[in-house]
Design a protein around this ligand. Structure first.
Ligand SMILES: [Zn+2]
Length: 99
């Protein structure tokens, strides 16, 4: 059985409350949300797409699809993670400048 953790603060749930998703049943959640939670793959993928400036509709569609599964917090985490990755753009990009 996996350890039950509070989805708000990330702390393990106390004995007898493992079936709940967050503190609050026996009292308010004692902690603030974890701000630096590790971003998920989906979040990072969204962040990478978010950084891509392109007219390619496939990129926009992929981003839109991911967006439907994400909260505002998810988006911010993904974008921040993508920014921190410092992935270099391929040189020789064939993108044309608008005329
Ligand atoms: Zn909690």
């Amino acid at each position: 059985m996996t350890e039950a953790k509070c989805t708000i603060c990330g702390e393990p749930m106390p004995a007898g409350e493992e079936m709940f998703k967050f503190h609050g049943y026996s009292g308010p959640c004692p902690k603030q949300p974890i701000p630096c939670e590790k971003p998920s793959r989906v979040e990072v993928a969204y962040g990478l797409l978010w950084m891509e400036e392109t007219a390619d509709q496939r990129v926009h569609e992929a981003r839109r699809l991911l967006l439907e599964t994400m909260s505002k917090q998810n988006q911010e985490r993904g974008i921040n993670a993508a920014k921190g990755m410092n992935l270099c753009r391929r040189t020789g990009d064939r993108r044309t400048t608008t005329t």
